[in-house]
Design a protein around this ligand. Structure first.
Ligand code: FES
Length: 144
C-alpha cells in the first residue's frame, strides 16, 4: 500500500482554500515546535455560520493536505459544528495518514480551534475554556 492515500496526494497537490481573508472574524495560528511547521486559519463568520475559510500553511505535505481537508469540512457549517472537528475526523476524511504524520492533522484541529477562540474573544462570546485544550493532547508538540 502506498504511504499516502490518493486523497492526501490530491489535497497536497491541489489544496483548497489557500490564502488570506482580509478583515477576518477570527484568525488562529499554531505551530509545532518540533517540526517547525506553522498553520494559520482565517474565518469569515456571519450569523454564526462559517461563510468562508482560508489557510496558509508552511509545513509538510500532510499538514497542507490536513489544512485543505479541514477547511472543506467546516466551510458553510455552524460555528458549533466546527468546534467539534477533530484531527481524527480530518485524518479519516483523508483516508488515513501514516502514524508518524498524525500530528500534522492535530495542527489543523488546533488552528481552527484557535481561530474560533479568537472569534469568541473578539465578540465577547462566553465559552468553556476546557474546549480549548492547550496542546496537552498533541504528542507532536513540545510547547506545553
Ligand atoms: Fe510538521 Fe507535518 S511534519 S506538521
Amino acid at each position: 500500500m502506498a504511504l499516502y492515500s490518493e486523497k492526501v496526494m490530491d489535497h497536497f497537490r491541489n489544496p483548497r482554500n489557500v490564502g488570506v481573508i482580509e478583515n477576518a472574524d477570527g484568525v488562529g495560528e499554531v505551530g509545532n515546535a518540533k517540526c517547525g511547521d506553522i498553520m494559520k486559519i482565517y474565518l469569515k463568520i456571519e450569523d454564526d455560520v462559517i461563510r468562508d475559510v482560508k489557510f496558509e500553511t508552511f509545513g509538510c505535505g500532510s499538514a497542507i493536505a490536513s489544512s485543505s481537508m479541514a477547511t472543506e469540512m467546516i466551510k458553510g457549517k455552524p460555528v458549533a459544528d466546527a468546534m467539534q472537528l477533530t484531527n481524527k475526523a480530518v485524518a479519516e476524511a483523508l483516508d488515513g495518514l501514516p502514524a508518524h504524520k498524525l500530528h500534522c492533522s492535530v495542527l489543523a484541529e488546533e488552528a481552527i480551534k484557535a481561530a474560533l477562540k479568537d472569534y469568541y474573544d473578539r465578540n465577547g462570546i462566553a465559552y468553556d475554556a476546557s474546549q480549548f485544550p492547550d496542546c496537552a493532547h498533541c504528542d507532536g508538540c513540545v510547547c506545553g
